[in-house]
Design a protein around this ligand. Structure first.
Ligand code: GBH
Length: 470
């Protein structure tokens, strides 16, 4: 293979599941329709100054009203799978108690529409839209939220558990905990290290409790999974001290430890001892969290390079959001994230396909029997719609390199089951609003018209041939 990962012709197995991903708040709009309750992202995006341009998900891609059109678009691209998330506040509008049948009906129509088109549904239960009343009661730092999540999982599992092929409990609990409660750049925008670590544990617990509930109600023998944004951490100095180990503990092993080994790493507990004593971990919790999963979802975008802070230079943001109020790294604030070599995507993230290969191989070494799936990979670039076309050669190049990296990892024995490109279409990019476009389909935010980008056509060929196109 070519050393710069720019290969073509590489073939993926026939059962390697090729699809694309979205998330409810980023695409649906219709935030006050058919009984949906408010989520923390409604509150956050409507608070002036927290999202670029004051953008909100009120309309987003209006997917809620364009379901059939979007399903036909997926079919047109030939997708084998579609990874979507379910908005908890559509199903249980106040977070506990009354169930909203209209919300269930929407996702039921989505799932039926996918199946009718031969597309496998991969459903995520939580992609960051916590019902606001649960945040008002304390949010993820409050243990009760995990129990409410398990109730919601039982409800939606009962409703769709004859048709959904893969259930994913959480998307990127790292972001929910550390960006939501540590740095505050994501909803609910709180900035307290102890709260962030309590959120880590209650998200882990929610994952375990939800799996238990799902297993009771589903009837079609689906795959169970969780999606993590594991960090690929590189040493940024000849003597990087314990910087890599510390970030690996907070970012990665804080989740894989309890979920896949049934324990919190001792070094994580030691590193955070000045912030919390972890008394929120109760007897039985680790047993509840540590359940076998059929596939571990991996979201990958970039690498991080770290060294001990020299006490002088300005510390780089570790979450890609520029200056943030709080820390996303409780107890390890003296780790400095240093500038990466380019080239970069429009997010400022360095393009590093070797990081994806290394991550997959590393997971395979740590958890040899664990099947993996890339549940997100993709890039933002400044796309231009030009006479009905978007010539996004930069995105094709990014995807080509990362598919090459995934293929190489498989050559090293990694049991990789599939690849979901982020994203099916341009959408609400959280704190960046509509300023960053990740889609393989372009969305005109005035007309809401969709246009397949060059990368979408390229990906359709990859899906059709199971080979990386020339
Ligand atoms: C995913 O988050 C989300 O699941 C999805 O909703 C979102 O739209 C998509 O990615 C694109 O952002 O400090 O420079 O090393 C990814 C969030 C991105 C958070 C990388 C950590 C580290 C950047 N992660 N980031 S850096």
């Amino acid at each position: 293979g070519s050393p710069d990962y720019r290969d073509s012709g590489l073939e993926f197995p026939a059962d390697f599941l090729l699809g694309s991903a979205t998330a409810s708040y980023q695409i649906e709009g219709a935030v006050a329709e058919d009984g949906r309750g408010p989520s923390i992202w409604d509150t956050f995006s409507h608070t002036p100054g927290l999202v670029v341009n004051g953008d909100t998900g009120d309309v987003a891609d209006d997917h809620y009203h364009r379901l059939d059109e979007d399903l036909d678009m997926m079919k047109g691209l030939g997708l084998e799978a579609y990874r979507f998330s379910i908005a908890w506040p559509r199903i249980v509008p106040t977070g506990s108690g009354a169930i909203n049948q209209a919300g269930i009906d929407f996702y039921s129509r989505l799932v039926d529409g996918l199946i009718a088109r031969g597309i496998k549904p991969i459903a995520t239960l939580y992609h960051w839209d916590l019902p606001q009343p649960l945040e008002d009661a304390g949010g993820w730092p409050n243990r009760d939220t995990a129990y409410r999540f398990a109730e919601y999982a039982a409800v939606i599992g009962q409703a769709l558990g004859d048709r959904v092929e893969t259930w994913t409990t959480l998307n990127e609990p790292w972001c929910s905990a550390y960006l939501g409660y540590g740095s505050g750049v994501h909803a609910p925008g709180r900035t307290n290290g102890a709260d962030a670590l309590a959120a880590v544990h209650h998200l882990n617990l929610a994952h375990g409790l939800a799996l238990t509930e799902l297993r009771k109600v589903v009837t079609n023998d689906p795959d169970f999974s969780v999606t993590l944004n594991l960090h690929v951490v590189r040493p940024g100095a000849d003597d990087a001290g314990d910087a890599v180990r510390r970030i690996d503990a907070l970012a990665n092993r804080a989740f894989t430890g309890p979920m896949l080994r049934g324990e919190y790493p001792a070094d994580l507990l030691a590193d955070t001892a000045g912030i919390t004593d972890w008394a929120f971990v109760l007897p039985g919790d680790l047993e509840a969290i540590n359940q076998s999963i059929d596939v571990l979802g991996v979201n990958y975008y970039s690498t991080a390079t770290v060294k001990p802070w020299d006490g002088v230079s300005p510390k780089q943001s570790a979450d890609g959001h520029g200056t943030s109020v709080g820390s996303p790294w409780p107890g390890s604030e003296d780790v400095e994230f240093i500038a990466q070599p380019g080239p970069y995507t429009e997010m400022g993230w360095n393009i590093a396909p070797d990081g994806l290969e290394d991550l997959l191989v590393s997971l395979h070494e740590q958890f040899p029997a664990q099947p993996l799936m890339v549940t997100e990979n993709g890039a933002a670039f400044p796309d231009v719609l030009d006479e009905g076309q978007v010539h996004d050669a930069d995105r094709i190049d990014y995807l080509r390199r990362h598919f090459t990296a995934a293929h190489r990892a498989m050559g090293h024995g990694v049991d990789l089951r599939g690849y979901q490109v982020w994203s099916l279409m341009d959408n609400f990019e959280w704190a960046y609003g509509y300023t960053k476009r990740f889609g393989i389909v372009y969305v005109d935010y005035e007309s809401l018209e969709r246009t397949v980008k060059d990368s979408g056509h390229w990906y359709a060929e990859l899906v059709r041939t199971h080979r990386i196109p020339a």
